[in-house]
Write a protein that binds this ligand. Structure first.
Ligand code: CTP
Length: 397
């Protein structure tokens, strides 16, 4: 479950920091990719060398490294990298900063740049854990959706006995696993996702293609795999690397994509056609490279490709079909027609009129069109759009 998961451990100044050595080791053993950020006071409790050795990654505690003058740790990059950040132990000081947003060290800068869930395992002495500010701060974190692992009770470093101990590493590990073991309706479902452009050959060296980058389809495939679906990603030519835990099939032309979709469709639960499939292909592919002549090349005769989605709409049994559409005018009206004509359950509508949407960008603004409702969305990263699409799909399967 944790294989390939990117876990960012934040360590703050508390004696419980030594327990994170065990947690780091266990996470790495389970296949997680672990990186560690420490506050300056955490350095008094455990050494970065220990954690760097166990995590197999450099440990960061400051923006700028003393040894490599001019190199700086990019907190935004770390914040965007993680699938989950766990601050353990979380001292009373860091807890307070999490609530106020005070940003006076690298760990806090990373927190403010996070785009993944945050888990916090507080640790402090008895009176501190009972203090009204601590109680209030923890409640605020819970209200904000932070996953708070409440204190354990027992012997404390001060010799007092009571509430304040950090949860044991195995309990934190269990909570991390639970976080990734989301209850999803898509778990175990076979989801076929198409992505990228198709290339229709004119001659051995030329083709008709389009600007689709494949980013949207790859993001959908990755998110579906993350939710436990068995994903088959059928991709046209792209430079994107294959997300973890899915089967990738590379194709070039619309015909090849059609053949591979047909192969998988009958056993699939869902088909998401996010590929920009060519609507036309050359009638004849020249066997030799077409030579430049004295006259203009007047025309290349084209014929329609098979509409893959329309075919699947005709033959579908219980499969859920999701199509994409790029419209430039009468968007909703055209999208509704497409939904009906192709027998789709959901249509993801892009409008070329929206800035930041469409080919090549990392963002997209889409509207979901269903038979009975229309759901507009804000401009978002393609990763977030993928999540939104799959949230809707959870209700359709
Ligand atoms: N599609 C397909 N097979 C094709 C062409 C498109 O499966 N040969 C799929 C695309 O993957 C997408 C949807 O159909 O999910 C797009 O529908 P389409 O009617 O082709 O939309 P447009 O290309 O926008 O068509 P038009 O130009 O007619 O509006």
């Amino acid at each position: 479950m944790l294989k390939g998961k990117k876990i960012l451990l934040g360590i703050t100044g508390s004696i419980a920091a030594y327990k994170i050595i065990t947690l780091t080791r266990e996470l790495v053993k389970l296949g997680a990719d672990v990186r560690v950020v420490m506050t300056p006071s955490a350095l008094s409790f455990v050494t970065p060398l220990t954690l760097a050795t166990l995590s197999k990654n450099p440990v960061s505690s400051t923006y700028v490294s003393d040894e490599h003058y001019g190199e700086w740790t990019n907190h935004v990059e770390l914040g965007k990298w993680a699938d989950l950040m766990v601050i353990a132990p979380c001292s009373a000081n860091t807890l307070s900063k999490l609530v106020s947003g005070e940003c006076d060290n690298l760990l806090m800068a990373v927190v403010l740049s996070l785009s993944c869930p945050l888990m916090v395992a507080p640790a402090m002495d008895l009176d501190m854990s009972d203090h009204w500010t601590t109680v209030r701060n923890l409640n605020t974190l819970i209200e904000q959706g932070v996953l708070v692992l409440d204190f354990d009770e027992g012997e404390l470093a001060s010799g007092l006995v009571g509430k304040g101990r950090m949860k044991e590493p195995e309990t934190i590990l269990h909570a991390i696993e639970e976080q990734f073991d989301r209850k999803s309706n898509l778990k175990g479902k076979k989801i076929v996702v198409t992505a990228g452009p198709t290339y229709e050959a004119i001659d051995p060296v030329r083709f008709i293609g389009n600007h689709s980058s494949g980013k949207m389809g790859f993001a959908i495939a990755a998110e579906a795999a993350d939710r436990g679906a068995d994903v088959v990603l059928i991709s046209g030519p792209t430079h994107l690397s294959t997300p973890d835990q899915l089967e990738r099939i590379n194709v070039t032309s619309a015909k090849e994509m059609f053949d591979r979709v047909k192969e998988h469709f009958s056993s699939a639960d869902v088909l998401i056609m996010s590929a920009a499939v060519a609507d036309y292909k050359p009638v004849n592919i020249a066997e030799q490279k077409i030579k430049k002549g004295a006259d203009d090349l007047q025309s290349i005769a084209l014929e329609s490709t098979q509409d893959i989605l329309a075919h699947c709409g005709e033959v579908k049994q219980n499969q859920v079909l999701v199509g994409f559409a790029l419209e430039t005018e009468n968007e909703i009206e055209n999208a509704k027609k497409k939904l009906k004509n192709k027998n789709l359950d959901m249509l993801v509508l892009n409008s070329l009129r929206d800035a930041g949407a469409g080919f090549g960008t990392d963002t997209n603004r889409v509207t979901f069109v269903f038979a009975d409702r229309i759901l507009p969305n804000e401009l978002k990263s393609k990763l977030d759009v993928a999540k939104d699409i799959l949230d809707e799909l959870e209700l359709l399967v």
